[in-house]
Design a protein around this ligand. Structure first.
Ligand code: ARG
Length: 252
């Protein structure tokens, strides 16, 4: 009899520890991908860790919805293919969710930030006062596969400018502008402001905003379960003031 009790107790303990190891604590971990030359949405801190408005917002959504996230960076043009291939779960990259071509490839969450493109030139440039001042002899840079890249390519294709310089990273676009390798950069307004803040007196925004776009998170087509969680989390954060807190942190 004693033996049976001992064995039962042992089995119970075993069962308990197994649930503790695998049962509890096992929340879903989603891989969130971004391209980190897009401050203040997607950038890196002094130690090279991914940080920004998108990372904070995604982390807060995960907390609210009881899942975990791990972040990874890659080229902007690799983001949608990674989601399509199923090698990552969520794009958090200041991505315009109103783009019809992208909507065919991935599913977008509700919008979380309204934005638009602007023209960036060197601080001492007095010739270019807006997009209409770009001419046939000029080079305009932007990031690969972005809305800004599309705009620059369109200007080159219709003969307005000499060349669209399509680069992997936005920080290289700004560097080329400062170095005088290109005449202008087409870039999202809040990101242009952030680059100006980092290096005051080097570049400036000219003219009107060129378009209207809205940023959204992206998931694999048909992944309604994950999309519903993201949207529910986003709504809760807007309702409970956490969205505003994160917004204030990154946009002052
Ligand atoms: N908003 C633009 C787009 O949707 C640029 C996004 C670039 N984002 C980035 N993390 N580099 O194409």
């Amino acid at each position: 009899m004693k033996k049976i009790i001992k064995i039962t107790a042992l089995l119970l303990m075993l069962a308990l520890s197994t649930t503790m190891m695998f049962g509890c604590g096992s929340s879903d971990v989603y891989k969130v991908i971004t391209e980190p030359t897009f401050p203040p949405f997607d950038t890196t801190d002094e130690e090279g860790n991914l940080t920004g408005f998108d990372m904070d917002l995604m982390t807060a959504i995960a907390e609210d919805q009881g899942f975990e996230v791990e972040f990874e960076s890659m080229g902007f043009d690799a983001l949608i293919p990674a989601i399509q291939a199923g090698s990552a779960d969520i794009i958090a990259a200041g991505m315009n969710g109103m783009d019809p071509a992208r909507q065919k490839k991935v599913d977008f969450s509700d919008f979380y930030y309204d934005s638009g493109l602007v023209v960036l030139v060197k601080e001492d440039n007095n010739a270019i006062k807006g997009i209409d001042d770009l001419t046939k002899d000029m080079k305009v840079a932007s990031q690969i596969e972005t809305t800004g890249g599309d705009k620059a390519t369109e200007l080159a294709d219709n003969g307005t400018i000499a060349e669209a310089v399509i680069l992997d990273q936005f920080d290289t676009c700004v560097l080329q502008l400062i170095n005088g390798d290109v005449n202008a950069v087409i870039i999202d307004l809040p990101v242009a402001k952030s680059y100006i803040d980092k290096q005051p007196g080097k570049v400036k925004i000219v003219g009107e905003t060129l378009n209207a776009e809205s940023y959204a998170f992206a998931v694999q087509k048909g992944n309604k379960e994950l999309l519903d969680k993201i949207n529910a989390g986003l709504k809760n954060l807007k309702d409970n003031g956490k969205f505003d807190e994160i917004y204030d942190k990154w946009f002052k």
